[in-house]
Unconditional design. Structure first.
Length: 255
């Protein structure tokens, strides 16, 4: 098995953990938006992504130490919320332990474990915060953006290279002899938000499973494409499209 295909395991772990965490987060009232059916949530989410990307690109060139501090602060908050429904205020303890392990070692295994936890928490929180329609709007917009950011402007490649050098868990990494195999955590998060949303708001496990499985098939297609044609390729156009197709197919099973 080529190292890049190990990345698919991280996708599976992130999605399964997110689906498992979602009911607990929903019970704890951890929705990010009050009006879960509003499409404006998609616009807000997209705006956050664009704004944060711009900040990262600027700081990656000028103030990498500041960028690291911002990432670590955000990670600490995400860790805390990941454990919050289970440990309450004591969530600070495992959060600080994980953060200390990441800062001290920066080993690729520690980075990947952290990325799975962060990705699953974000997926679950936003999956319970948006109904399927706003999620689909978001996935379409992000697919278009990812295509432009990789093939046209190229700034997403620059972003991935910058953060992978810092061993910050916004990418999954498999070390390689010539070049590391890298996949953005967002590639595991975005399509699986729809799977969590389907489970939360439609209450149909079959639809959630089809959405999740279709996104995974999209990832395998993407990895095969990377194998045949070297270089960076946008993941979300394929992943999001198949996840949406899986969701629509699931409608037939949930009537």
């Amino acid at each position: 098995m080529k190292s890049r295909y190990l990345l698919s395991i991280f996708y599976l772990l992130t999605g399964v953990l997110a689906l498992a965490l979602a009911p607990y987060y929903a019970s704890a009232g951890m929705q990010a938006f009050e009006d879960t059916g509003s499409v404006s949530n998609s616009v807000y989410y997209m705006g956050m992504i664009l704004g944060f990307t711009a900040v990262v690109l600027v700081l990656a060139k000028m103030r990498k130490n500041l960028l690291k501090f911002i990432f670590y602060a955000l990670l600490a908050v995400t860790y805390f919320y990941a454990f919050l429904p289970f440990l309450g205020i004591l969530s600070a303890i495992p959060s600080l332990i994980l953060l200390a392990a990441l800062v001290k070692s920066r080993h690729w295994i520690v980075v990947n474990i952290s990325a799975i936890l962060v990705g699953a928490a974000i997926t679950a929180i936003f999956g319970i915060s948006m109904e399927p329609l706003p999620v689909i709007v978001l996935l379409v917009a992000l697919a278009v953006y990812d295509y432009i950011a990789v093939y046209k402007t190229g700034h997403m490649v620059t972003l991935a290279d910058s953060v992978s050098e810092m061993n910050i868990p916004v990418v999954f990494i498999i070390p390689g002899k010539e070049r590391d195999a890298v996949m953005g955590v967002g590639d595991a998060v975005m399509p699986n938000i729809l799977a969590v949303s389907a489970l939360t708001f439609n209450g149909c496990i079959y639809q959630a499973a089809l959405t999740f499985a279709a996104g995974y098939i999209g990832l395998l297609i993407l990895l095969r494409m990377v194998e045949k044609k070297k270089g960076a390729h946008p993941g979300l156009p394929i992943l999001n499209s198949l996840a949406i197709a899986g969701f629509l197919a699931g409608l037939l099973l949930c009537k």
